[in-house]
Ligand binder design. Structure first.
Ligand SMILES: [Zn+2]
Length: 274
């Protein structure tokens, strides 16, 4: 019996260039009002040769193969395709496509930063989608995730309620968010919440409770959300990291973060469930 030739398969292509992701503006799979989708084709969607070194096979999405790759620069983008910022793509892509784009971005970042072994300096080689091994000393390397806490602090007095909102110096726009910071070595998440709040606001808090978490692919974070209540202390903002902030009531809320962030989920939850 003659062997049947395997049919070439359409794939989702997660193509990155300089922090931007290639999207299909024709909306081949429009769902839920999202105008864009991820390019879905047999062939690589850009005319130019791709940098095969950074090619990654991702887990399937809806039983369809996914490929991630980064290109150093873009010469030619076909009509209907465009590069948009990964953050911006949250609003434009269906949620499952954005989630996979975030994963793809993190894996590409990991891949490009682990070409050599951190212990002995020899080249590494790929073992699985999410692991490499050093070709000399055998050290295994997995994608790094940097955990950071984020906390919503509320204060109640005489039937009134306030939320603590701060503007960090590294915020790109003029909105107010929540106290956040990176986990330090040897710390529990709860200790991290207490320390960051003390460092950034001089406040003591109580009733620290887990809220939820969110991958934050800028470039490889995990935001871990908590809620807490004010306990004691005068508000004094750490000038180095925060430019302004204070206690806000529902009636005088400033501009708050965009829907992409867990900060917004924490604030929305307070607004809805007070
Ligand atoms: Zn090594």
């Amino acid at each position: 019996m003659c062997c049947e030739k395997e049919q070439p398969e359409k794939k989702y292509w997660f193509v990155f260039c300089d922090g931007n992701i290639l999207v299909d503006m024709k909306g081949m799979t429009p769902r839920g009002g999202h105008p864009f989708s991820i390019p879905f084709s047999i062939e690589f969607p850009l005319a130019q040769e791709m940098d095969c070194d950074s090619l990654q096979v991702l887990p399937d999405m809806e039983a369809v193969s996914c490929v991630a790759c980064s290109v150093p620069h873009v010469q030619d983008v076909a009509a209907g395709l465009s590069f948009v910022g990964l953050r911006e793509s949250y609003k434009l892509l269906p949620k499952n496509m954005y989630d996979m784009a975030a994963k793809a971005s993190e894996l590409l970042y990991w891949n490009s930063n682990t070409k050599f072994c951190g212990a002995c300096g020899a080249p590494t080689r790929r073992q699985t989608v999410i692991s490499k091994v050093c070709t000399n000393c055998g050290k295994e390397i997995w994608p790094q995730v940097s955990p950071a806490i984020i906390v919503r602090i509320c204060k109640r007095q005489e039937g009134k309620e306030w939320i603590l909102l701060v503007h960090a110096r590294n915020f790109k726009r003029n909105f107010y968010g929540l106290v956040a910071g990176f986990l330090e070595t040897g710390e529990t998440l709860e200790q991290c919440v207490e320390r960051e709040v003390k460092e950034e606001t001089n406040l003591k808090i109580k009733n620290i409770k887990y809220f939820g978490s969110q991958p934050w692919p800028f470039p490889c974070g995990l935001m871990i959300g908590f809620t807490a209540d004010y306990d004691s202390g005068e508000l004094h903002l750490q000038d180095e990291e925060l430019s302004s902030g204070g206690w806000f009531t529902l009636e005088n809320l400033p501009e708050i973060p965009e829907k992409i962030s867990i900060a917004r989920r924490l604030i929305d939850d307070w607004i809805e469930n007070r």
